[in-house]
Design a protein around this ligand. Structure first.
Ligand SMILES: Cc1ncc(COP(=O)(O)O)c(C=O)c1O
Length: 472
């Protein structure tokens, strides 16, 4: 099905006459940069996020780089980041000459897994840069503890978390510094823009220097700086947007709650989970689709509903190729995740349409094609699906199993590679999801048998090969 111009957008900024009036006032003042609007936006944003300092930037990406530089991070240092994020989290680390070290995520919240961090800490590790995926704060208590145990800093990439909170405290107020972004997909926008908040006066001072050519007074340049300034027009828009924030969040939270209830009744779809103590901004509304995620995405796009995969893992992008070991949870989640439209202007009818279309797409994806075979869509084996009581050895017939059906997808941003039986025996990198294209319905049942045979909490490639050889 061809894609249509979407009539339900993934994100839609809430902009109106108030923003236009604010920009007009700036024009009338004649001060277009470095003026009172930036100063006021910084004050108001800091107050809203319960921190003492805020420094605006031209984008979230440069704000991240400035935050790292202001923390003294540079060549030779390592920063632990999740791979389930927008590329800028990791490229900012690279831009300042440091090395991003990718950590796996929690399978429920898609935020960095604190338990994965100790194994990645080296003598060069300077910080954990956590990402509040979809606006849901990461497990901040556990992260603060692990960082303090290892003597490293916690920094927050709170790009998506304006207005989010953890144990009632605003996201962005936990780490030494935190960055927020104002691109148009975020809950509040200045077109482009970012801000760093911090409780440290010295860090704030360095941020201001970095933003403005390292200039301490006119044409006196103390450090290597940049022009990373936000304009006065953008700051004026940001101030109006900040006043709208609570209304935007309330509408999004109501929509997300409705969608959670509705999708709880759709088999094969897992609505987003919000962890205890966390209050998400629902900047994204990301579900997991058990079967045929790509087909479901194509179906939604063909019906004018703009869904997207947020995000293909960063450690598998060509720019970071070969620089990370496998991250099984990240890769598994990335293969099943789908972000649905979730903005503050969605009407009840549009929410209903999104849910109905998703349900229809999921149902269609699971239907067997003529001839009794499920249409050529991937299906994933995950041991967590398996219940021992489902397993009946009498279901298994050797003739159902063909080794050539088995592929392993390493998520190299391309089509899955076919793995021959010889290839299976060479592969030792599992655990990884096993994908079975074009399975028969019987073969689907077969999947339930696999963990029993391997007697393992994860399905490893060599075990799968041994199993196939045994029964084929
Ligand atoms: C998690 C995360 N980090 C960093 C950024 C970069 O922000 P910007 O696009 O404002 O440069 C984004 C933007 O989408 C983001 O989502």
């Amino acid at each position: 099905m061809p894609e249509r111009t979407p009539h339900i957008r993934l994100a839609r900024p809430d902009l109106g006459e108030e923003e236009v009036a604010a920009v007009r006032e700036v024009f009338a003042s004649g001060v277009l940069t470095g003026g009172p609007q930036n100063a006021a936006f910084e004050r108001e944003f800091a107050a809203r996020h319960e921190v003492t300092h805020a420094v605006t930037f031209a984008s979230g990406t440069v704000a991240l780089a400035a935050m790292l530089l202001a923390e003294g991070i540079g060549p030779g240092d390592e920063v632990i980041v999740p791979s389930m994020t927008f590329i800028a989290t990791a490229t900012a680390v690279r831009h300042v000459g440091a090395t991003p070290v990718f950590a796996d995520i929690d399978p429920d919240t898609f935020t960095i897994d604190p338990a994965a961090i100790p194994a990645l800490v080296t003598s060069r590790t300077r910080a954990v840069l956590t990402v509040h995926y979809a606006g849901q704060p990461a497990a901040l208590d556990a992260l603060l503890k692990v960082c303090s145990d290892h003597g490293i800093a916690l920094l927050e990439d709170a790009a998506q978390a304006v207005g989010g909170s953890y144990r009632g405290r605003p996201a962005g107020s936990f780490g030494r510094s935190a960055m927020f972004s104002f691109t148009p997909t975020k809950n509040i926008t200045t077109g482009e823009g970012g801000i760093v908040v911090t409780g440290e006066a010295a860090v704030a001072g360095r941020l201001r220097l970095l933003r403005n050519h390292g200039q301490t007074r006119l044409y006196q340049h103390e450090i290597l700086g940049y022009n990373w300034r936000l304009t006065e027009m953008q700051a004026a828009i940001g101030r109006v947007q900040l006043r709208k924030l609570d209304g935007i969040l309330a509408r999004k939270r109501a929509s997300a709650a409705w969608m959670n209830d509705r999708l709880a009744r759709v088999p094969g779809v897992t609505p987003p989970r919000v962890a205890p103590h966390a209050c998400s901004t629902h900047m994204l509304y990301t579900v997991l689709v058990d079967h045929g995620r790509d087909a479901v995405l194509a179906h939604l796009l063909a019906h004018g509903i703009e869904a997207r995969v947020y995000f293909p893992p960063v450690h598998l992008q060509p720019v970071f190729a070969g620089q990370s070991g496998p991250l099984p949870v990240t890769e598994d989640v990335a293969a099943r995740m789908l972000s649905l439209p979730m903005h503050a202007q969605l009407t009840p009818a549009e929410l209903g349409e999104i849910a109905d279309r998703l349900e229809a797409a999921v149902r269609e994806t699971r239907l067997p094609a003529p001839g009794g075979r499920v249409a050529d869509r991937p299906c994933w084996i995950r041991p967590c699906w398996i219940r021992p009581c489902w397993i009946r050895p009498c279901w298994i017939r050797p003739c159902w199993i063909r080794p050539c059906w088995i592929h392993q997808r390493r998520m190299r941003l391309g089509t899955p590679a076919t793995v021959t039986p010889a290839g299976w025996s060479r592969m030792t990198t599992a655990p990884a999801p096993i994908m079975v294209p074009a399975p028969t319905r019987r073969f689907c049942r077969m999947q339930a048998f696999v963990p029993k045979v391997t007697s393992s909490p994860t399905v490893t490639a060599p075990a799968m090969l041994a199993f196939i050889r045994k029964v084929a």
